[in-house]
Design a protein around this ligand. Structure first.
Ligand code: FNR
Length: 355
């Protein structure tokens, strides 16, 4: 991040996001339990090595992909992330606009600190932008989800992302130890209902089920992707029964249930189960354009990026996010050329070797 040096020149400030208060950094960068999954996510991508083809460098390279019937400039979107105003006053609007100018997409979190309409307005004028999706948590009543889904459609969002891997809230180890708490009167302008509280029994009773997904899919005004699927049987259920337009293989960045496999390890079985009937995307631990190439070669059609964007936002606001995406896009072009493929859609498992 190019503006990081203008902040306090302490050792902490030279780490990504290092200028944040310790408790906020613990919330953003920590995970659940002993953080096994958090660590596994990053490590698993690095165990996949590229086996490029030589002497067939394409004459032309494109970073474009096709997703939900449209062509987009890059294969990546900013993952939905809560409370970005804690990272920088540019918050969600800054992330969305910086992403749009660099051809990246954005999934806005239900727990964003900016009204979803303001974020949509910020990106819609950008001709070279990526997809604009809205993430929902299945909290509250069906009527509340429907209202929020309609609000997103009216504002110009192109798809809904239903996060299905966090029915029960779980304190995160690092954030709890650091005493993290949201400020009082914290803005949550898109949250229809707070996360279920109370006895575990009442939370369990309110937890969403497959019939709720079927209901949303039938009643939502936009295509529906499910985020947080790890088991191939769940992927098969979702696709066989026509319950979604896409799947996002995710373990919530290791923030909810610890001990889950790295998403790089879960992805191949899901790709095999889905058999190209809907697009499969993946997130978790992707830290470079090289990691994205690995994910696409395993069969993902696109990726979501989380914490690297928070670090950039914290260190230099929207400008630092834009420079991260610009650098990744340049790298992606070079990586495709070195692998001997013209575009991301041509990446293939035969270009990978596990260590
Ligand atoms: C998240 N994530 C998340 N997911 C979601 O569906 N709704 C949300 O509100 C949030 N909030 C959130 C906050 C923070 C601080 C983080 C780091 C993550 C999960 C996110 O969308 C994504 O799945 C992971 O962050 C991807 O992993 P990496 O790239 O952060 O390793």
């Amino acid at each position: 991040a190019d503006t990081a040096t203008t902040r306090t020149p302490s050792a902490a400030a030279s780490r990504p996001g290092g200028s944040l208060p310790a408790a906020v950094a613990a919330y953003f960068f920590g995970g659940a339990g002993r953080e096994e999954t958090l660590r596994a996510n990053e490590a698993a991508w690095q165990r996949l090595h590229l086996l490029p083809r030589v002497l067939r460098t394409p004459a032309h390279i494109s970073t474009q992909i096709q997703l939900l019937d449209r062509t987009w400039p890059t294969p990546w979107l900013a993952a939905p992330m809560a409370h970005l105003r804690l990272a920088h006053p540019h918050a969600e609007t800054g992330l969305a606009l910086a992403s749009a100018t660099q051809g990246a997409g954005m999934v806005l979190s239900t727990q964003a600190t900016t009204p979803l309409e303001d974020v949509a307005r910020a990106v819609q004028g950008e001709p070279g932008r990526g997809p604009l999706w809205f993430q929902l948590y299945p909290y509250g009543t069906r009527a509340q989800w429907q209202q929020l889904a309609q609000r997103a459609a009216d504002a110009g969002y192109e798809a809904l992302v239903l996060t299905v891997d966090a029915p029960v809230q779980w304190p995160q180890t690092r954030a709890r130890a650091a005493g993290f708490a949201l400020p009082t009167d914290w803005p949550q302008p898109n949250l229809p209902a707070p996360a279920p509280q109370g006895t575990l029994q009442s939370v369990l009773a309110a937890a969403p089920r497959w019939e709720d997904v079927a209901w949303l899919r039938a009643n939502a005004p936009l295509p529906l992707l499910l985020k947080g699927v790890l088991h191939p049987d769940d992927a098969r259920t979702a696709v066989d029964e026509g319950l979604c337009d896409g799947l996002i293989v995710s373990n919530h960045g290791g923030r909810v249930l610890d001990g889950l496999p790295a998403t790089a390890a879960a992805l191949p079985a899901i790709v095999a189960a889905v058999r190209d009937r809907v697009p499969v995307l993946v997130d978790g631990g992707l830290r470079s354009a090289l990691d994205v190439v690995r994910a696409l070669a395993m069969g993902a059609r696109g990726v979501l990026i989380g914490r690297p964007l928070i670090a950039a936002l914290a260190d230099g606001g929207a400008q630092a996010v834009a420079s991260l995406w610009r650098q990744w896009r340049d790298e992606l072009g070079a990586l495709l050329a070195l692998c001997g493929v013209e575009q991301p859609g041509e990446l293939h498992p035969s270009l990978l070797q596990s260590a």
